[in-house]
Design a protein around this ligand. Sequence first.
Ligand SMILES: Nc1nc2c(ncn2[C@@H]2O[C@H](COP(=O)(O)OP(=O)(O)OP(=O)(O)O)[C@@H](O)[C@H]2O)c(=O)[nH]1
Ligand SMILES: [Mg+2]
Length: 399
Amino acid sequence: MEIVILAVVIAVVVLGALGGLIVGSRRKKQLPPPPPAAPDITAPPAEPHVGDEAETPREEPRRTIEEVDLPDGSAPVVVEEPPTAAPEIEIPEPTEGRLVRLRARLSRSQNALGKGLLTLLSREHLDEDTWEEIEDTLLTADVGVQPTQELVERLRERVRVLGTRTPEELRTLLREELITLVGRDMDRAVKTEPEDRKPGIVMVVGVNGTGKTTTTGKLARVLVADGQSVVLGAADTFRAAAADQLQTWGERVGAYTVRGPEGGDPASVAFDAVKEGKEMGANVVLIDTAGRLHTKTGLMDELGKVKRVVEKHAPVDEVLLVLDATTGQNGLVQARVFAEVVDITGIVLTKLDGTAKGGIVVAVQRELGVPVKLVGLGEGADDLAPFEPEAFVDALIGE
Ligand SMILES: Nc1nc2c(ncn2[C@@H]2O[C@H](COP(=O)(O)OP(=O)(O)OP(=O)(O)O)[C@@H](O)[C@H]2O)c(=O)[nH]1
Ligand SMILES: [Mg+2]
């Protein structure tokens, strides 16, 4: 009996000591973590680059199994904040002179056109064959038949008048003629600020994958950089991912996104977005629409409906048709069909960084009688530039 009592006493003492050890070690680990270093708000927002993530060191301290044990009541419960509570709002870079800054992107793929023309024009004897080569160069760059013939005619006339040609003279001449061809006097401002009301309403349309959502997101950044408040309407209700994609762009610059149920009516989302924009006192509402093939009548009709429903609020100020520059002449067919369904007021030419077919700028403006207002020069957040004929032509022929 005495032995049993002794054994029980020993067991209690040993267990108590062990328990104390465990509690002690828990207390030690529950010290509050050191405060995180304050973010450097003076640093410019860093652009992510390929492979960045792989190099980011793991900053969070690892938690041990003991720490995630149930609390024993004697120690306070430590609730950890989620690592990123709210996304940091980025301040996009200003838009002025963007095309000049992004010129290298253009010239990498386009230089061939301008340089080729200059070389041909510098030949001692400008015979019929040479003029034909000049024509071919322009056609290959998708300038289009009619504009090419006009340009060649003007060049022939001016070269004849010039007589002897210095390279500098030729360059000036070609520059002038190309700028005339692209069009000096078109109003290329994106209409986001109607005089008599708020918000301005912009719709973004085009076939699948041309860059509509990306362009809407980049445009939101441009507007925010210019001090405007923006509401986004995710009228692409075909895929939930489409609304997520747009919302992510919006969150980065603090623009609110109105979205509807997947498979819902795009017109009602667009309507709600403008309603929300009005209530919030926003300057601009940008409506992203689902990509649709210009050959699918039902979908094209739906697009017409989106616009009509939005116009129950107010006229749409800008309908931007997004065209992928790499698709060349097919873009013209798309442009024609879209223009029939919704009046296009401006063209956005995307992916100009990946093609030597910059001549499509000329062709598509001719086709629609509507100016190219913006150009996409990359996948980066600030790779959308207001289109400027002079900077564009300078990129073609090099400085
Ligand atoms: N290189 C380059 N890529 C671009 C440009 N604009 C868009 N993209 C890319 O094109 C792809 C399609 O872009 P989205 O914006 O999703 O195209 P979308 O028209 O909204 O597509 P859907 O909604 O599916 O019709 C993405 O990978 C973009 O990063 C550009 O100017 N240059
Ligand atoms: Mg999209």
